[in-house]
Design a protein around this ligand. Structure first.
Ligand code: FES
Length: 102
């Protein structure tokens, strides 16, 4: 699936991968603003992104565990997700996520 990362400045980076999480993909390709410090176990919030509005129905909302972690972050809204919790699937081909300025 292709994922399009949009930086706070509006720069777009498109990356394609077969599987894994959006966080893994971002870290592998040095996407700024996504550190994945906890390795994807939903405990650090360094993978906070905002899902493109048109994709929300397909990614679904943040889980309760994500919400707990996100409650310590600034700039959180209904599009906020921890992207280590978004697994790539064919259904998400073309997914747009916005990274957060740090
Ligand atoms: Fe730590 Fe996602 S990588 S919460």
């Amino acid at each position: 699936a292709r994922v399009i990362f949009i930086s706070p400045d509006g720069d777009k980076t498109e990356i394609e991968a077969e599987c894994g999480s959006v966080m893994e993909l971002a870290v592998e390709h040095d996407i700024e603003g996504i550190d994945g410090s906890c390795g994807g176990v939903c405990s650090c919030a360094t993978c906070h992104v905002k899902v493109g509005r048109e994709w929300l129905a397909r990614t679904g909302p943040a889980t309760d565990t994500e919400k707990d972690i996100l409650s310590f972050e600034d700039n959180v809204d209904e599009r906020s997700r921890l992207c280590c919790q978004i697994e790539l699937t064919d259904e998400l081909d073309g997914l747009v996520v916005e990274t957060i300025a740090r």
